[in-house]
Structure formats: C-alpha cells, structure tokens
Write a protein that binds this ligand. Structure first.
Ligand SMILES: C[S@@+](CC[C@H](N)C(=O)[O-])C[C@H]1O[C@@H](n2cnc3c(N)ncnc32)[C@H](O)[C@@H]1O
Length: 475
C-alpha cells in the first residue's frame, strides 16, 4: 500500500454505510438505491473500473474527482444506477482511505514492489465495498480479481488480491471499527490549521463532520413546506429544505417545472445578507454554476453574472432556463471586468481552497496543499479590490468563500478594510430563529462550519463551511 503520513489516534465510531432516508412523506416512488450493486457481471466490472479509474486519477495524478469521474463513467457508458454506485464506491473510498488502507495493510505481510499498476486503488475500492457498502463478498472479490487480470502491471497480484480480500471480508469489520478514520485520513496540515483557528476540539468535530456524506439541500423559489412534503424532506431553520440522498435529483418532484435548485444550505446564506434586492442592478462575480445567481434573480434583481469558464457559464444558463429565471451572462475575468455603469450591489463568491466543502468533495483532502492558501488569498485580495471599484457609492459588496481558512475569510476582510477607507463592515443582523447567533463572528461576519446542525437526525447533519462578509461603500 502507498505510504500514508497521517497519525494514529483514539477509537472512533465505525463508518456508517450509505445514507439514511429523510423523515417525511414522499409523493414519488423510492429511487433506485445507490448503494445496491448492479447485477449483470459485465456492468459490474465496468462500474468498478470507473470507480478505480477515478480513484487513480485523484490519488496518483492529482486531478479533480468530478472531472475524471464524469469521463470515466461516460467512456464506459454506465447506466445512471451503475454510475451512482461507482460514485459511491469512489467517494466512500476517498472519505475513508486512511482507515481502509490501515486495515488492508494488516493482511499484506511483505512490502509490495514498485510498478504495481492500479493495485492500491483496486484494493481500496474493494475494501470500501466490503467494509462500508455491504456489497456481497463474492461480487466484490471476484470483480477485483478480474480487474487485476485486466491490469498490465497488476495481473501478477490477482492471487494476493483474492487472499487479502477474503480475509478482509471476514475479520476486516472489527479492525475498521477500532480505527480513528479522522486521524488516518485527514492531512495533518489541515487539522493543524483548523486547531489554530477553531481550537482542537472544534477542529476534530469539523473534520469528523467533513467525512460524512452530506444530505441533499435544495433552495426553493417559494413554499418550502409544500415542497418538503412532496419531496420527503425537512425544512431547515435557514429556509432551505433537506433530504437524505435519494437517487437522481432530476427525478424528484418539481425539478422539471423549475421549482427549486440544488444548493447547500450554507451556500444559500450570503445572498440573504443583501436584504431586498428587487429592482437593483447586482453584479455576480465568479457566478457559475449559478446557485447564487438564481437566488438573486428569483428575488427580482437585475443580475449580471460573470465567470471566466465558458463551460461552467453555459451550465449556469441551462440552470436558469430550467428555473424560468434570467440574467445577463458574461464570459470574462473578474480581475479585469469593466462596465460603463456601476452596480447597486456586488456579490463576489471568490475561488478558494474550498476546505469547507470536503463533505461533498472528498478529493480536496488529496488535492489541496498548504501553499494553496496564501496563493488563493493573494488572488482574492486582487478580486475584491477590483470589485470595490465597480460598486456605486452607498452600495453593498458581499464577499464570500467556501473555505474554512481565516486568510480567505476574516483576515481577508480585515486587510481589505485597512486598504479601503471608503468601505465599512456592516455586521450581519440575524434573526436567531433562522440563523443561530453563534454563526456570527466577533467582527460581525458569517461563519458556518461542517460541524453545525449536529443535532439533526443521522443522515441530515452538517453544513458546508462558509464565510461571508457584508461591506458598505461610503455614499
Ligand atoms: C466558488 S465557484 C462559484 C459558485 C457560484 N457563485 C454559485 O453560487 O454557484 C467559483 C467560480 O469562480 C470562477 N472563477 C475563478 N476565477 C475567476 C476569475 N478570475 N474570473 C471569473 N471567474 C472566475 C470559476 O470558474 C468558478 O465557476
């Protein structure tokens, strides 16, 4: 197995397979359970191949999961159900890699030679199936052996894989339960940063919550109670609705009619800091795929949405079309974007390390490096300085990131205010019934953590880590 530099630590609860269902009635048929393995052997092999290929691309080639998984499942022409299972295998493996590797290592007596092909990823994917997803052992093991045979450098390990996985399926569950997955899977540098920013106990809660597959959060145009009832979801205090992962979102009630869009409950908060934006000209910088653009447009703002990625901006256009909303879209660099008229309000949802979204993007654990934090903080400083010049006097600028790193949040705003005497922080005003006061920082910004909403039922807990500040330009 590859080296893993994480630490050992105290015992923690075993990792929970699959996701629990939301409480509440549904008016749609239960969706295909993503955790159920596909049946025909050829499809089963293609499914495992897609998972292993994506794992290899993330862990060895350091490529973003969403991109490589989309390609891996498209080239194998996976059916939606198989694609969902392949994704589940790969993301479960990424979320629990440290603990799964530690268990696997106990069955491999000798160090492995170099040039082992995809052996590590084949074992990891099989261990995820056997220990986390309750895949029948004969299916998981024989398909892993088939994958070895098909791998030029891995075929000589077919017997080893067979023996290791048989033993793992028998005694692996007990061993997994005794391991501390947070300590084994999280990069030390990230835990150290969070300990410094939030204290060791909260840092551990954040890390633990970051390794749990998130529920599906939805922003509705109107009538959250009715849509929660129809979808089988709960209404969160913040106004979003939440259901345990329930198959393909395209099949949920209201999708085709454009009644709602998928958006983490924390990601829906920054736009709320503007208050009433009806009739205002609002510049949405770094807008794609458009969750916040949709919020602004639904509130009646005249939105100009700028993003430098033409592909992502076209997805934004498709999303708005489905929702029956509109915005002026511009493919462009937010660092150089200009406009003849200044804007009443500006939202800058800056590119960041995204360390608040490990729940839904576990590849971040393997792709981000400590040096990304200062590099992105420097880019954010340039972006917010440029945005400041596009705002009308008296206008409001909301800056946000989905990072947990203070350099990309609280400290970024302190430095901005030190450079711009014509701006002032407007401490957020919260209605305790909707947004807990504890989510407001001492300076008056918004800070959500993955460890929030911890008292929800299992399967419905957590929140993306977000930072948002509201800044007002002098009249
Ligand atoms: C955090 S995502 C934005 C999410 C979006 N606001 C939403 O709510 O759906 C960051 C976006 O910034 C875009 N981006 C990164 N650097 C940019 C730049 N210099 N100019 C414009 N867009 C940029 C990326 O293409 C990406 O779509």
């Amino acid at each position: 197995m590859s080296n893993n530099t994480n630490r050992n630590g105290p015992r923690t609860a075993a990792v929970r397979p699959g996701a629990a269902r939301a409480h509440g009635k549904r008016d749609h048929k239960p969706k295909t359970a993503a955790a159920r393995p596909p049946s025909p052997a050829a499809d089963g092999l293609k499914t495992r191949d897609a998972a292993v290929s994506a794992l290899f691309s993330v862990l060895i080639e350091h490529k973003p999961f969403d991109d490589v998984f989309a390609r891996a499942s498209a080239t194998r022409d996976l059916a939606p159900r198989d694609r969902a299972f392949a994704r589940l295998i790969a993301t479960s493996a990424l979320r629990n890699r440290g603990a799964l590797q530690a268990v696997l290592r106990t069955y491999i007596a000798k160090p492995l030679p170099e040039h082992i092909g995809r052996l590590d990823e084949i074992l990891l994917a099989a261990a995820a199936q056997l220990l986390l997803l309750q895949t029948p052992p004969h299916a998981a093991i024989s398909l892993a052996v088939d994958q070895c045979h098909a791998d030029t450098n891995g075929k000589r390990f077919a017997n080893l894989v067979n023996a290791v996985l048989r033993r793992l399926s028998e005694s692996g569950p007990g061993r997994l339960a005794s391991l501390d997955n947070v300590a084994l899977t999280f990069p030390e540098w990230l835990l150290a940063r969070w300990s410094a920013a939030y204290g060791p106990a909260e840092a551990r809660q954040i890390a633990r919550a970051s390794l749990v597959e998130p529920a599906l959060d939805i922003t509705v145009k109107s009538d959250p109670e009715m849509w929660a009832e129809r979808i089988g979801a709960v209404v969160l205090p913040t106004g979003s609705i939440r259901c345990a992962q329930a198959g393909r979102v395209e099949e949920l009630p209201g999708y085709d009619e454009g009644a709602w869009w998928v958006q983490d409950a924390a990601a829906a908060l920054p736009v709320k800091l503007f208050g009433d934006v009806a009739g205002l000209s609002v510049l949405d910088l770094c807008a794609a795929p458009g969750g916040k653009t949709a919020q602004l447009a639904a509130l009646g703002a005249n939105v100009t949405a700028v993003d430098k990625s033409a592909g992502r901006l076209s997805r934004l256009g498709e999303n708005l079309a489905r929702l029956g909303l509109s915005a002026n879209t511009v493919v462009g660099d937010a660092l150089t974007f200009t406009s003849e008229t200044k804007f009443d309000a500006i939202l800058l949802d800056s590119p960041c390390t995204s360390t608040g979204t490990i729940r839904r993007h576990p590849d971040i654990l393997y792709l981000k490096r400590p040096e990304d934090v200062p590099a992105l903080a420097a880019l954010q400083a340039k972006l917010i300085d440029h945005a400041a010049g596009l705002l009308k006097p008296g206008g409001m600028l909301v800056y946000c990131t989905c990072s947990l790193e203070p350099e990309e949040g609280e400290k970024q705003i302190d430095a901005f205010l030190a450079r711009h005497a014509d701006f002032a922080r407007r401490p957020i005003t919260l209605d305790e019934a909707t947004i807990p006061l504890s989510w407001r920082t001492s300076a008056g910004d918004l800070r959500t953590l993955p460890s929030h909403f911890a008292d929800m039922p299992e399967g419905l807990r957590g929140l993306d880590g977000f930072f948002a500040a509201s800044l007002v330009k002098s009249p």
